[in-house]
Design a binder for this molecule. Structure first.
Ligand code: GLU
Length: 293
């Protein structure tokens, strides 16, 4: 196997909560169980959503739990040149096109087509600007999810969830890689960074599994390697939905790091440990069920 490089990639929109610590711990354990490196990347590409100071809070929380990266952390906000050159590459091969549709334009198109508005919050893009020459600013850039010679059907194997498949064109449609406000999107930044940092294994929460097909599609467009993916179980809030700030996720109390880590470990099916944080991390690395993948 080529060198294992894993990462934890929190968005600094709030401190770590019980759910994000599960992803952090799982990605750390997977890297350790494979004798690999573990990186931390602060995903502050969406600058309007970034909460100043949260990056340091997250790094301190990880350190309290004994989760130290093997290299200095990186910040997406300092890597805009990389995203711009990936966009230029996509423009050069005609895989992206400018789009002037607002969310309302997209919703109106669905209404005009007599189609039921999709229930999910991300509206399926109907392809309005694919072949349009209308140039009205501001514009976003969208990736084509169908081309005559390539199918937008992406099949991939998740190390925990098993075989997965998504037809991106019918699930989400052509998706945005640079928004009208000139922010590069998570989809583009994560693919560029994973490739540039040599990430071989992505371990993250199951709520992100749905993004994987889009990312594999972009990896194909940019001709970069596809990492292996493992999506970890979610921590559910009191309403049975994924833990989020809206349903009671509070910043982790790390007064007793081992107690906090034991709770995260139990979500991953690992046995509780007593002793020191270092001993617990070692025991869980030895128990880690995904070390063969
Ligand atoms: N920044 C994303 C989040 O915090 C995670 C991205 C990833 O792991 O691919 O939800």
């Amino acid at each position: 196997m080529s060198r294992y490089v894993g990462r934890f990639a929190p968005s600094p929109t709030g401190p770590l909560h019980a759910g994000s610590l599960v992803a952090a711990l799982a990605s750390w354990l997977d890297a350790r169980a494979h004798g690999g490196a573990w990186l931390v990347r602060i995903e502050d590409v969406d600058t309007p959503r970034t909460v100043p100071g949260t990056d340091q809070t997250i790094l301190n929380q990880l350190a309290r739990c004994g989760l130290y990266p093997d290299a200095p952390p990186t910040w997406q906000s300092q890597r805009t040149d990389l995203y711009q050159s990936a966009l230029t590459q996509l423009q050069a091969i005609g895989m992206v096109y400018p789009c002037a549709c607002s969310r309302k334009d997209i919703a109106d198109t669905w209404t005009a087509l007599g189609a039921q508005r999709p229930r999910n919050s991300d509206l399926l893009y109907p392809g309005t600007c694919r072949n349009a020459a209308h140039v009205k600013s501001p514009i976003a850039w969208r990736v084509r999810t169908s081309l005559d010679h390539r199918s937008a059907q992406v099949d991939w194997l998740d190390r925990r969830l098993g075989p997965q498949s998504q037809d991106i064109e019918t699930a989400v449609g052509d998706f945005v890689v640079q928004r009208a406000d000139e922010c590069f999107t998570y989809q583009l930044a994560v693919v560029v960074d994973d490739a540039e940092q040599g990430i071989s294994h992505v371990v993250r929460g199951e709520d992100l599994a749905d993004n994987t097909a889009r990312q594999i599609w972009l990896q194909g467009c940019l001709n970069v390697p596809i990492p292996q993916y493992l999506h970890t179980p979610l921590v559910l809030g009191s309403n049975g939905e994924k833990l989020s700030k809206q349903n009671g996720a509070t910043a982790l109390d790390i007064t007793h790091p081992l107690h906090t880590l034991n709770r995260a470990a139990s979500v991953l099916g690992l046995a509780p440990c007593e002793g020191s944080v270092a001993e617990a991390l070692l025991a869980w690395t030895q128990q880690w069920p995904f070390s063969k993948a």
